[in-house]
Design a binder for this molecule. Structure first.
Ligand code: IVH
Length: 671
């Protein structure tokens, strides 16, 4: 390829990758599989390696790679980033509505926009001619910290806007972490002996405050945009219209959860509705933001010193309560990590009865100075298990008891060691039953071997009866073994054995995740499975070979080689193999019946989701693509299929209905 061709291909790839970034991260509507995306990205990186002059600051590759900073510069916002007045009751909201009407000298009901009040960190993004040139925190509202490189690592923040877009656009929004991501991150940190974050907001703030953007990149951050600073160019007449425009430009908004309401009565009904759904949301919100929809009215209303007159935050009541710590018990995790857990006098915290609180580690115990017998404030934030916020020292009687780091494991009595630099002490016992229990649970989990029915209760009995000493023993279980369980019937035993049997052919990535190799979670397991293709290849990979894989760092590489170096682990793997556990390797997939075939799914699918369809195609060795070309083998069209279907017809690409596609799958799978 010469330089001219490289330039053209680079431009094309950048556009395609950007397009799929928007579909995936902004619109929540991916059209290609992860592996296809990875392929495109790899091609881009390879091209840039060969022709470094192609690397522009807004290439999709530039979300990573800036050298760490010494400190953050400060930036003055061209327009101050205001904060919001708070309302705590319906009356406060009615007063707000009254003030708005009085100011505008009108009796007519006002149209408001109701948005979720995201509990994250406010930021400003500056786009000049559609290019992200700077990003900052809110700071004191006038001056913030310049965190451009960190913000650039967030996949839902576009580096380039879709045209046509304003010549200058200062966008404001909230960076946050979804609850599930937050919990997974904390679990991983706990296992690694790193301090955990108290709630998603702290985790977000901590992640944005990293001087090294490669750390920020590994944190699961997202953004919802909700407002503007300066904007040069045409503006729609309403706030809601502006949010729609954001979407057009490729900026992520929470439009799906944003509604307009006419009059304050309507707003209050929306608030009640939102409050009822609060616990079901995938992220934390701390209230509802209500804004006057008409932008000219917003302008007329203007602002006071620090807050606008046209908006207010109707806050949710805090999810806090006071209770007594009856005991602090020690929990032993899969990797031997010992964590203290507070057992509480049961108390209701906004509708949920809680009886346990996590104390994270002994640094946290020391910070809070928390003891058995203390009265404390607990808060549910981001987790069903609440956190201890502070000790009510004024209620101390002198009878309270400190809980020190144990010298011996509470489960097996082996010595406990706290390694320099880690905050979590660990049990060193090789055959610690508590560790074994957690390993078995991890092995059988949905994201691992997915052994339906093998939960806490059965695992406890397996251990009590001494039926399993490691994960391989699960595949040696017989019906007679299971009959020794309490309340075990014929059917139940058969189901459990069938579930165990059924887990023998899980995809390699799931198997790797199930093994619980340190630092190899769901994502890393996929990376390793995809790159190495088989368990044998992985077990033989050297440290250097592993390091050569994109995303694999020295920690992962050492952990993987260490895992396979252990004679005990090798024995268990050999036993698993003898017992018929044969994870489906990526090689087998490459030779699948759909091998070399490209499918495009379009329109509204009713029999399966797009993701399921793509997974099916990939499982059978094919490729799912987002766009129709001469190279497409089949287009599967759901209802209301549009331009892609037309294109397929134009190019003479065979079109299948969903049923016909499933028919093919069945034929190929031999079902
Ligand atoms: S609008 C002038 N909308 O709440 C308008 N703020 O107390 C200012 N926030 O600093 C902000 N979700 O961090 C707005 N949908 C939303 C919001 C939101 C969360 C935060 C933001 C701001 C604080 C105001």
């Amino acid at each position: 390829m010469d330089q001219r061709q490289a330039l053209a291909r680079h431009g094309e790839l950048s556009r395609i990758i950007r397009h799929h970034n928007t579909l995936y991260h902004v619109l929540d509507r991916p059209e290609i599989s992860d592996s296809e995306y990875d392929r495109l990205f790899k091609e881009l990186l390879e091209l840039e390696e060969q022709f470094p002059e192609l690397i522009s600051p807004d290439s999709p590759s530039q979300r990573v790679g800036a050298p760490p900073l010494e400190k953050f510069d400060s930036v003055r916002h061209s327009l101050p980033m205001l904060s919001l007045e708070n309302a705590f009751s319906d009356q406060d909201m009615e007063d707000f509505d009254g003030r708005v009407k009085r100011f505008l000298a009108t009796d007519e009901s006002i149209e408001y926009v109701c948005e979720m009040k995201m509990d994250g960190v406010a930021v400003e993004l500056v786009y000049e001619n559609g290019r992200l040139i700077a990003g900052s925190t809110r700071g004191d509202g006038t001056t913030g910290e310049k965190i451009t490189e960190n913000l650039k690592t967030i996949p839902s923040i576009p580096l380039v806007l879709n045209e046509p877009c304003p010549a200058l656009l200062e966008v404001r929004g909230e960076v946050f972490m979804a609850l599930e991501d937050f919990q997974a991150m904390n679990r991983a940190r706990e296992e690694d002996g790193q301090p955990t974050f108290a709630n998603p907001r702290n985790a977000t703030a901590g992640s944005l405050r990293q001087l090294d953007s490669s750390i920020t990149r590994r944190r699961p951050l997202q953004i919802f945009c909700y407002g503007v600073g300066l904007i040069e160019g045409e503006q729609p007449p309403t706030h809601f219209g502006l949010l729609r425009k954001f979407q057009d430009w490729g900026l992520r908004t929470n439009l799906r959860e944003t509604v307009t309401a006419r009059g304050i009565g309507d707003v209050l009904a929306r608030y009640a509705d939102l409050m009822a759904r609060r616990d079901q949301l995938p992220y934390e919100i701390d209230g509802m933001v209500v804004k006057v929809n008409d932008l000219s009215l917003q302008k007329e209303l203007g602002e006071k010193t620090r807050t606008p007159r046209w908006a207010i935050a109707y806050k949710f009541p805090p999810r806090q309560a006071e209770t007594l710590i009856e005991d602090i018990q020690l929990q032993v995790g899969r990797t031997g990590a010992i964590t203290p857990v507070a057992h509480l006098k049961p108390v209701e915290v906004s509708g949920v009865i809680v009886s346990r609180a996590s104390l994270h580690n002994w640094d946290e115990i020391a910070r809070l100075d928390v003891r058995v017998g203390d009265w404390v404030v607990v808060e549910r934030a981001g987790d069903v298990i609440p956190d201890v916020v502070r000790v009510l020292t004024e209620r101390r009687t002198g009878q309270e008891r400190l809980v020190p780091i144990p010298e011996r494991c509470p489960a097996c009595g082996a010595p406990v060691v706290k390694i320099e630099g880690e905050v979590v002490p660990r049990c060193q016992g090789l055959s610690c039953p508590a560790q074994l229990k957690e390993s078995l649970k991890h092995f059988a989990r949905r994201a691992g071997m997915d052994i339906d029915g093998l939960g806490d209760r059965y695992i406890d009995q397996l251990l009590q009866l001494g039926l399993v000493g490691n994960v391989a023993d699960l595949y040696r279980l017989t019906k007679e073994d299971l009959f020794r369980f309490e309340r075990m019937g014929d059917k139940l035993a058969e189901n459990l054995l069938a579930a165990i049997e059924g887990s023998k052919r899980r995809p390699l990535s799931r198997f790797l995740n199930a093994l619980g190799i340190r630092h190899v979670g769901e994502h890393m397991a996929k990376v390793l499975a995809r790159q190495l293709g088989s368990l044998d290849a992985l077990s033989q990979a050297t440290h250097e070979e592993l390091l050569a894989i994109h995303e694999v760092g020295p920690q992962v590489a050492s952990s993987v080689t260490g895992f396979f170096a252990s004679a005990e682990n090798r024995k268990i793997l050999a036993d698993l193999k003898t017992l018929g556990v044969a994870p489906e390797t990526e090689e087998r997939r490459a030779g699948g019946p759909f091998s070399g075939k490209t499918f495009v799914f379009t329109g509204a699918l009713t029999l399966f989701s797009r993701k399921e369809a793509q997974d099916l195609v990939e499982k059978l060795g094919g490729r799912a693509s987002g766009s129709v070309s001469r190279k497409t083998d089949y287009v599967v069209a759901g209802e209301e299929a549009g331009s892609k279907l037309a294109k397929a017809r134009e190019l003479g690409v065979p079109v299948l209905t969903e049923e016909e596609f499933l028919e093919q799958v069945r034929n190929e799978e031999g079902v």
